[in-house]
Design a protein around this ligand. Structure first.
Ligand code: CP
Ligand code: NVA
Length: 300
């Protein structure tokens, strides 16, 4: 069988994704019970980071260690990638030494080129276009707190960015409704949106998007690589902060999530992210459990 990659949520079937979430919940329970589970003795995950990271790096590294394997941190600054060695050559070499490769980079096309020649599974740990690993943790967190996400309503308030694109794919795969509120000029990519059909709707008013939602979520206004647009984006998104007033429009038991890092006072009010409806710490922790389930699926 050909090697499986995880470049977007569409690389797994809906059934595989649902099974993976159930497995993540089980691995979390076993880890919290202090059970040692080390099926990956002698296995190596190579991790290429072309952008900063706290959660992704630590969750993959800790996850591999807990499963009995090892993770290698590679930065372009001190590998030949940063000195112009072709991406495909790096992919061919690394995939003869490591059992899986995780990449955080800018252009999504780069990870596709890498995967096309890799002999081992390649995992997208964030590109400018998608952040699928985060969605595994987000869905796990919702399921743990509120049950099945199928048929529920999610409100995305903010930029039509990589996280928003992965929410659109998640709406398709997990079968929920997604209301996106973003200012004009910051819509998600039309092709990603069109493929989701009428499950996903764009509105301009964040209150309208939040109305009746079971989950309200957002992300930074300026993503990594967009730092010079910060001031312009602060103006464009000024009306898109997730406030208590917006949370009041949502369902009575609605929860709040944010992939983090967060900018309190910009995309989210302090009272919301630090308030009783916020699940952000469970959500961050679940990166560990969900990615252990992903590694098990891809390497198993
Ligand atoms: N949410 C997330 O991917 O965080 P890091 O950038 O810290 O990895
Ligand atoms: N949209 C953000 C997500 C960070 C986890 C970024 O790409 O910087």
């Amino acid at each position: 069988m050909s090697v499986r990659h995880f470049l977007t949520l569409l690389d797994l079937s809906s059934d595989e994704l649902r099974a993976l979430i159930a497995r993540a919940i089980e691995l979390k329970r076993r880890h919290q019970a202090g059970e040692l589970y080390q099926p990956f003795k002698g296995k190596v995950l190579a991790m290429i980071f072309e952008k900063s990271s706290t959660r992704t790096r630590v969750s993959f590294e800790a996850g591999m260690a807990q499963l009995g394997g090892h993770a290698l941190f590679l930065s372009p600054r001190d590998t030949q990638l940063g000195r112009g060695e072709p991406l495909e050559d790096t992919a061919r070499v690394l995939s003869r030494m490591a059992d899986a490769i995780m990449i955080r980079t800018f252009e999504h096309e780069k990870i596709e080129r890498f995967a096309a020649v890799s002999r081992v599974p390649v995992i997208n740990a964030l590109t400018d276009r998608y952040h699928p690993c985060q969605l595994l943790a987000d869905v796990q967190t919702f399921v743990e707190h509120r049950g099945d996400i199928q048929g529920r309503t999610v409100a995305w308030i903010g930029d039509g960015n990589n996280m928003c694109h992965s929410y659109i794919n998640a709406a398709r795969q997990f079968d929920f409704r997604l209301h996106i509120a973003c200012p004009e000029g910051y819509d998600p990519a039309p092709d990603i949106l069109a493929a989701a059909g009428d499950r996903v709707a764009i509105v301009r008013d964040p209150r309208e998007a939040a109305t009746g939602a079971d989950l309200v979520t957002t992300d930074v206004w300026a993503s990594m690589g967009q730092e010079e647009e910060q001031a312009q984006r602060e103006r464009a998104f000024a009306d898109y902060q997730v406030t208590d007033e917006i949370m009041e429009c949502a369902a009575a038991d609605a929860v709040f999530m944010h992939c983090l890092p967060a900018h309190r006072g910009e995309e989210v009010a302090t009272s919301v992210i630090d308030g009783p409806r916020s699940l952000v710490w469970d959500q961050a922790e679940n990166r560990l459990h969900a990615q252990k389930a992903l590694l098990e699926f891809l390497l198993g």
